[in-house]
Structure formats: structure tokens, C-alpha cells
Write a protein that binds this ligand. Structure first.
Ligand code: GLN
Length: 530
């Protein structure tokens, strides 16, 4: 059985308005009422998934438990709600066409001319219905902006779905932008009017319009939008700029969005319990003490490339009642004075050779100056390279990702990866288990002997060198036993110097901060106060 109710979220005027956060917030409100919900993102581009895209183009690639490489909005969905998403929750036009063309080659269309309507739209429809199975409400966000050529088949599909499923069972929410023009001292509704006109031209009348703007929209502006766009004034919702995205469910609730949605969909309403949201917001606002964490990375000009990481640090800040400031450091132009000023150093994941030596230098600084240092994925791999070069004396140590013929490949590609030629979806992806050794920092942090974390990488620690590492105090405290792979390295005798091969940031939530981040942030705070 597919979901009883569908909410379709489209966007207008501009991209990057936060449609993902708005959808996630709606999910949070509906969950708080007691509904079993899911969220799905439909992306109109032709890549089969975002896994092969440059983070500068697309931001972070979010990895689900089942190893799907997905849009970063799925990160918002999981952080705001209790959903555990998978491959079906992010569908691109590329994936739709891929499966249609495969079917066409198999002769599945029995001589028909294969067309956008009905073949592409039917395929999209089946993906929407499949993702909604066994849920009360499915929130489906369409990527891009109305008016894009690419998004037309998706919009046509949701138009058809309303006709098929009925108006009581489907709801259209359109997110737009209302700019403030300072020269005129006015909020301008025209872009919203045009964007809704565009939507109506293809047969979709939005039921609710969520307006992004710098300031709260006054009633007269809401009424004007309502009249020109043919919606009720109460259904024009103001989503004004806030310092923390975790305030958004509360802002939407204050304008009754939860009640408007349930009554439009003929669902029972009960006041949602939002105490946990109030709690984190008040905690964020009352965290006065600050710590500074240096993130040494390659994609620092686009913060979206490290979305989950930033959120995980914020969550750990909430848990420790600390405000976490991030200093972004370009790995290609490392400034040790800046590093010195920070309370801790974080080396995130990454690909490719650029900035590698700068990251190694930052790790060396953290190790020798006893500053809390956290390496994630590539960060852990470079901790191993730094240690091999500077403690074990293996001066040429490297990862074969950067130096395929290195004399000391302390990080090397796995045998099974050597045979793979295709780039997309072929890394070690998704959840793998990890055993933690008793009496280690990792064990003390997790308070468990077996954990599971998400991965996205091709290279691994080379076990040939493990003995040498451990003899010098850099020990493997986390191991994947099934494949005998090092998952966590930690340095004994250092306040906090730990690297993990997985990406803990993907599992951190505001209400369930990740233990590694909580511990790291605490260590940075202690370091500050020494
Ligand atoms: N480039 C490294 C690898 O493929 C690390 C990847 C990452 O940090 N996600 O193993």
C-alpha cells in the first residue's frame, strides 16, 4: 500500500532557498503530531546520482545506510525527522532515463514509441508511490525551480497524481522568494506572482505558499500574495531568515502550518509536542561560551560541501552548551598562526591530490602541539601518512591515491576495488560494522563494543604497517572484523588525536548528537581552558 497522503513541494524564483529544510521541517511537524512520514527528493538533472559530481557544483554527497549517494537535502530530512532513508528516497532524471532505456533495450515497451508522457512520467510516478509504501504521508520535494526545462516531466507527473489520487489526498506547497528592495524600502511580491503563474500554466495550483524573505512578512504583503496567487491569506507562510535552521519548525508552527496541512488533507489534528525543538533552540541561544575549530579542507569556499559536518559540530555544541565557531582553512595555503589560535583541528573527507601536503602539515601541528585533532576518512588516512613519515621514519610514505608507486603505501586501494573501472556507485558505501577494543578512547566514547557507521571511500589502511604503528602508540581501536579493515586509529598519550575511516557526521542529529563529535568538542573546550 502506498501512502494515503502526498505533499508535493516545488520551488520558484531562485534555487538555494532552503526547500530541503522547509520540507524537513514540515516532516518534523507531522511526525510530532504522530504521523508516520517519509521524504523523497526528485532531482531533474541527468546524473544517475550526485556521487560523481564535484562538491563545488552540488555540495555534499549524503550517504544513506544502504549506501546510496544522495542529495544533501536527505541529510536535512534525516536530521529533522526519525526517517531512515534509502536509495528510493532520491531519484534523478538520469536514473529514470537509465531504467527506461534499459527496459527499451529489453523490448519491454512492446513496439510502442517511448515518450516523456506517458513513459517517463509513469516511471517517476512508480518511484513516488514506491517510496511512500506503508507511510501515512509522503513529502516529495522537486529539485530545481519552476520554469526549468528539465523539471517539466516531474511537474507533469505530480499534476497527474493529483488527478488520480484526489484533492483530499494531495497537497501542493510552493516555496518562493520575496526580496526586500532597500532603495524602495519595500518587500516585492512580483517574483512570487510570476512563479505561481508559471506553475498554474502547467496545471498546478499551489495550496500553500511559503515565502522566504529576510524579514517576517507583514499581513498586507501576505494578503497581496494570496490574492494574486489564488490562495487563502492564512496559507501564505513567512519563512524569514533565522540564525539556526532548527528554529524553522517552530516558525512554521507559529503560523499554523501543521493545522493547515492536516485540514487540507482531511487528517485528524492534535497539537504537536515540540518541547524537544524548544529545548535545542533555547540551548543554542543560551550557549555563550565559544570554542574555535579549524577545518582544514579543499572545498572551503562552498560551505554546502561540508553540510553534515557543520551540523554535527553544532549538535555537539548543543550537547556541551557551547557555541562552536569554525575557522575555514584552505589546505593549499595553510597558516600555522591561525591554527595555533584554534582550540582543535578537524581534517574532513576529500578526494584528489590538491591540498594534501597542507592537511598533513596541519595534522603534524595538531599531533606535536597536543591540540585535539580529528581526522575523518581522508583525514584519518593522512594522519596515518603523517605518522609514518614523521614518527616511523618512512619518509616516502603516502596513499596510493596520490602516489601510486610509493615505496610505503600506508594507505592502499583494496584488492576488490582494483578491478572496478566505473566511477559511479563503486566505492565502499553505506553502513559497515566496527568492533571497538576495550580500554581505548573509542570504546570509552561509544560505550559499546560493536557499532555501525557509514562509509564512502576507495582506499584503506594497509595492515602491513599496523604493527609498526601500534608499537609507537598509534593503535587501531576500531576494526571491521569481516574484512579485517582498520576503522579507527587513535594516538595514545595525546589528549585527543583520533581518525576514523567512516563518516560519523552522517548519523548525527540535533536530538542525538554523535558521540565522537561530542567528545571532540569537549576536548577542544578543555584544551581552551588549559
Ligand atoms: N579519497 C579517499 C578514498 O577514496 C577518501 C575519501 C573520503 O574522504 N570520503 O579512500
Amino acid at each position: 500500500m502506498h501512502a494515503k497522503k502526498f505533499i508535493f513541494v516545488t520551488g520558484g524564483v531562485l534555487s538555494s532557498l532552503g526547500k530541503g529544510v522547509a520540507s524537513a521541517s514540515i516532516g518534523a511537524l507531522l511526525e510530532a503530531i504522530g504521523f508516520n512520514i517519509t521524504l523523497q527528493k526528485l532531482d531533474p538533472y541527468l546524473n544517475v546520482d550526485p556521487g560523481t559530481m564535484n562538491p563545488y557544483q552540488h555540495g555534499e554527497v549524503f550517504v544513506t545506510e544502504d549506501g546510496a549517494e544522495t542529495d544533501l537535502d536527505l541529510g536535512h530530512y534525516e536530521r529533522f525527522t526519525n526517517t531512515n532513508l534509502s536509495k528510493i528516497n532520491n531519484i534523478t532524471a538520469g536514473r529514470i532515463y537509465y531504467s527506461i532505456l534499459e527496459n527499451e533495450r529489453k523490448g519491454a515497451y512492446l513496439g510502442a514509441t517511448v515518450q516523456v508522457i506517458p513513459h517517463v512520467t509513469n516511471e517517476i510516478k512508480s518511484m513516488i508511490l514506491k517510496a511512500s509504501e506503508n507511510k501515512d504521508i509522503s513529502i516529495v520535494e522537486i529539485g530545481g525551480t519552476v520554469g526549468d526545462i528539465e523539471s517539466l516531466p516531474f511537474l507533469e507527473t505530480i499534476r497527474q497524481l493529483q488527478l488520480e489520487l484526489g484533492r483530499d489526498n494531495t497537497l501542493f506547497i510552493h516555496l518562493t522568494y520575496v526580496p526586500y528592495i532597500s532603495a524602495a524600502g519595500e518587500l516585492k511580491t512580483k517574483p512570487t506572482q510570476h512563479s505561481v503563474k508559471e506553475l498554474r500554466a502547467i496545471g498546478i495550483q499551489p495550496d500553500i505558499i511559503i515565502c522566504r524573505s529576510e524579514v517576517m512578512l507583514p499581513e498586507d504583503v501576505k494578503s497581496k500574495i494570496a490574492m494574486f496567487c489564488n490562495v487563502k491569506p492564512t496559507n501564505v507562510i513567512s519563512a524569514y531568515d533565522v540564525d539556526y535552521i532548527y528554529k524553522i519548525p517552530l516558525i512554521l508552527k507559529a503560523q499554523n502550518l501543521d493545522n493547515i496541512i492536516t485540514s487540507a488533507l482531511n487528517l485528524d489534528y492534535k497539537t504537536p509536542d515540540l518541547s524537544k525543538w524548544n529545548h535545542i533552540v533555547s540551548n543554542l541561544e543560551h550557549s555563550q561560551e565559544e570554542i574555535n575549530i579549524a577545518i582544514v579542507g579543499k572545498y572551503i569556499k562552498l560551505k554546502d560541501a561540508y553540510k553534515s559536518l557543520i551540523e554535527a559540530l553544532i549538535h555537539a555544541g548543543i550537547e556541551n552548551t557551547l557555541k562552536v565557531n569554525i575557522s575555514w582553512m584552505d589546505a593549499e595555503n595553510l597558516n600555522e598562526e591561525e591554527l595555533e589560535k584554534s582550540d582543535g583541528i578537524l581534517i574532513p573527507g576529500g578526494f584528489g591530490e590538491r591540498g594534501i601536503e597542507g592537511k598533513i602539515q596541519a595534522i603534524n601541528f595538531g599531533r606535536t602541539h597536543k591540540k585535539p585533532t580529528f581526522g575523518i576518512c581522508l583525514g584519518m588516512q593522512l594522519m596515518a601518512v603523517e605518522f609514518a613519515r614523521n614518527v616511523l621514519g618512512l619518509l616516502e610514505a603516502n596513499s596510493t591515491e596520490f602516489e601510486p608507486n610509493t615505496k610505503h603505501p600506508v594507505i592502499d586501494i583494496m584488492q576488490e576495488q582494483k578491478l572496478i573501472e566505473a566511477m559511479g556507485g563503486t566505492m565502499r558505501l553505506g553502513a559497515y560494522s566496527c568492533y571497538l577494543k576495550p580500554n581505548t578512547k573509542a570504546y570509552n566514547i561509544y560505550q559499546a563494543s560493536k557499532i555501525s557507521e557509514r562509509h564512502r571511500h576507495r582506499y584503506e589502511f594497509n595492515n602491513k604497517y599496523l604493527d609498526m604503528f601500534e608499537k609507537q602508540g598509534f593503535i587501531a581501536s576500531g576494526i571491521n572484523k569481516e574484512r579485517n579493515l582498520v576503522e579507527i586509529l587513535e594516538l595514545q598519550g595525546h589528549p585527543w588525536f583520533l581518525g576514523c575511516q567512516f563518516h560519523p557526521e552522517f548519523k548525527s542529529k540535533p536530538f542525538g548528537p554523535h558521540k565522537l563529535f561530542v567528545s571532540f568538542v569537549r576536548a577542544c573546550h578543555e584544551n581552551k581552558n588549559i
